[in-house]
Design a protein around this ligand. Structure first.
Ligand code: IFM
Length: 473
């Protein structure tokens, strides 16, 4: 490894970790919580590895006080969590479940008491199943219901909230959920994905309006999993394929949120995927473009893209990928995702390349008119407890160190980056991978629920303490 200089971050840089309700809370059937689309999805054969569910997860619902103590011991300055819509409104709309709101009130107060900024995401994929059964994000009404849910939440939690995030990674809700089918509700229809996409942005708009008129004055933003999208070569077909994936991952969000319209080339490309575009109504564009205060960015790995017919040619450059199956997302976009042969990867198989984060943040710094936060970044590793009971996750420390250096480089290049949240505070339910992937700074022993801070947790505490990174050799 080459010598790395110590670096520091701007004063007031916000250091946190993130989790999400379905991934950590458990208590799926307690205190009036309703069923979510993920509870249903987990029970469909073959959807989630080993048939794992969120019933118990990390049991955070019952262990919240101890988890707050853990956060305090780690020196966190902020904690990003999500609110489970079905815990607040078990049927998605109508009667509020006070016990659900009380849980989050205790969480917010517990964070404040420890001087940790509460950062709440209103939707991290656990849609109430009643709404899912009525058509989920294919229905405009779901966006309206999200506005009402947000109004109930801000009324109860607005005082004391540090930051609001409307949606987490709506790309996953729309495209993994409705086009690729690996997330709930498991649909595979491009037109549906497009309709879901628009309704999610509309839901964001309704939530922004509700948050602006509720109590408290916490900044309001949205979190997107934007891509550092690279063409496999300078060949015009590869460049065009990369441009389409950039359109689907990035511009299809950034343009409506910050410029008030969908990108023209995407509208043309997606034109056949009915009923997708027909769900847009007058007034939607202006509502979606209502000003927000910050943009949350989740980054894990870059994407290298070739035109399908050029995938073989890319192999000569050490890039490999399979031409997409007819009828799939890649086929619809005429794009093949490539992996670099021999490149280091995380336990998810995702290529490790911190330069993608630098590239993405630098681009956003130039294109987006609001401050940025990295609201998720981290690595799944093959963690295990050694004979001393410790978890020495050097690979995760290397990953985080490299990505923080990339973030600092983006700041130097002009990006207004205000904070960083490591994913995740603790190991948790990794969606269709169940409990097989560990992203936490804290190890969770699932049979007992015991929390064991990993070496990376101690390392992160030092990073926070010095507001920067030590030199490395
Ligand atoms: O665990 C997920 C999280 O819920 C959303 N962003 C990506 C993480 C890792 O896959």
């Amino acid at each position: 490894m080459t010598e790395q200089e110590p670096i520091s971050f701007p004063d007031g840089f916000l250091w946190g970790t993130a989790t999400a309700s379905f991934q950590v809370e458990g208590a799926a059937h307690e205190d009036g919580r309703g069923q979510s689309i993920w509870d249903r999805f987990c029970r469909e054969p073959g959807r989630v590895l080993h048939g794992d569910t969120g019933d118990v997860a990390c049991d955070h619902y019952h262990r919240m006080e101890a988890d707050l103590e853990l956060m305090s011991e780690l020196g966190l300055r902020a904690y990003r969590f999500s609110i489970a819509w079905p815990r607040v409104l078990p049927e998605g709309r109508g009667a509020v479940n006070q016990a659900g709101l009380d849980f989050y009130r205790r969480l917010v107060d517990g964070l404040r008491a420890r001087d940790i900024l509460p950062v709440a995401t209103l939707y991290h994929w656990d849609l109430p199943d009643t709404l899912g059964q009525a058509g989920g994000w294919l229905q405009r009404d779901t966006a309206e219901a999200f506005g009402d849910y947000t109004a109930a939440v801000v009324e109860a939690l607005g005082e004391g909230m540090g930051m609001w995030i409307t949606l987490n990674e709506p790309w996953c809700s729309a495209w993994l959920g409705y086009a690729i089918g690996v997330h709930a509700p498991g649909r595979t229809d491009m037109g549906e994905a497009l309709a879901a996409h628009h309704h999610l942005l509309l839901a964001h708009a309704r939530a922004v309006a509700a948050l602006r008129s509720g109590p408290g004055n916490a900044p309001v933003g949205i979190t997107l999993n934007l891509g550092a999208v690279r063409a496999a070569s300078d060949h015009p077909d590869d460049l065009a394929a990369a441009r389409r994936i950039d359109g689907n991952h990035n511009r299809i969000f950034l343009d409506p949120l910050f410029a008030g319209h969908y990108p023209d080339d995407m509208v043309e490309w997606m034109g056949d995927w009915r009923p997708g575009l027909s769900v847009i109504s007058e007034g939607d564009a202006a509502a979606i473009a209502a000003p927000i205060d910050f943009l949350g960015v989740n980054y894990y790995s870059p994407a290298t893209v070739a035109a399908p017919e050029r995938a073989l040619a890319s192999a000569a450059e050490g890039l490999v990928g399979l031409a997409p199956e007819p009828g799939t997302f890649g086929d619809a976009y005429r794009a093949t995702m490539l992996s670099r042969l021999g490149a280091p990867t995380t336990a998810m198989g995702w290529e490790i390349d911190s330069s993608g984060l630098q590239e993405l943040l630098t681009r956003l710094g130039a294109e987006v008119p609001v401050p940025l936060y990295v609201t998720e970044n981290g690595a799944a590793c093959e963690d295990y407890r050694n004979c001393d009971g410790e978890v020495v996750d050097t690979e995760r420390i290397d990953y985080l160190d490299a990505h923080l250096r990339a973030a600092r480089a983006a700041i130097d290049a002009g990006a207004d980056l205000r904070g960083y949240f490591a994913w995740s505070l603790m190991d948790n339910f990794e969606w269709s991978y169940g409990y097989s992937k560990r992203f936490g700074l804290v190890y969770v022993d699932y049979p007992t629920g015991e929390r064991v801070p990993k070496a990376s947790a101690r390392w992160y505490k030092e990073v926070i303490g010095r507001n920067g990174l030590a030199g490395r050799s």
